[in-house]
Design a protein around this ligand. Structure first.
Ligand SMILES: [Zn+2]
Length: 109
């Protein structure tokens, strides 16, 4: 089943390097993923990690509280941009590089 094209109505935020992107506008889902600067920073951090990161590590990198990081991660997860696996007692988050945001809208990370 082919999905109908999504309307792109949101400007790419200034903190996203749009040089590799086809458009300078984003669909609602992608804007939701990067429209908050620290959420986009999370995408970039996870993009640089091949094995994924725990909330604790991400919290240390971004200097935000754990609930804030978890909140951002849950939104990214709901957009399918981030995947989570249980590793022992830890939850490890990694970037879903095959997600629409990165394959189709080409958000850089
Ligand atoms: Zn998109």
């Amino acid at each position: 089943m082919k999905k109908s094209p999504v309307e792109k109505t949101y400007k790419v935020p200034v903190w996203v390097d749009k040089s590799g992107m086809d458009d300078d506008e984003l669909c609602p889902d992608c804007f939701k993923a990067v429209g908050v600067r620290s959420r986009y920073k999370l995408i970039c951090l996870l993009g640089k990690s091949s094995k994924g990161e725990t909330v604790g590590v991400l919290t240390g990198h971004l200097g935000l509280s754990q609930p804030t990081i978890t909140h951002h991660l849950n939104i990214l997860k709901s957009l399918n941009a981030v995947e989570v696996v249980e590793r022992g007692r830890e939850r490890v988050y990694s970037l879903n590089r095959k997600a629409h945001c990165f394959l189709e809208c080409k958000i850089p990370y």
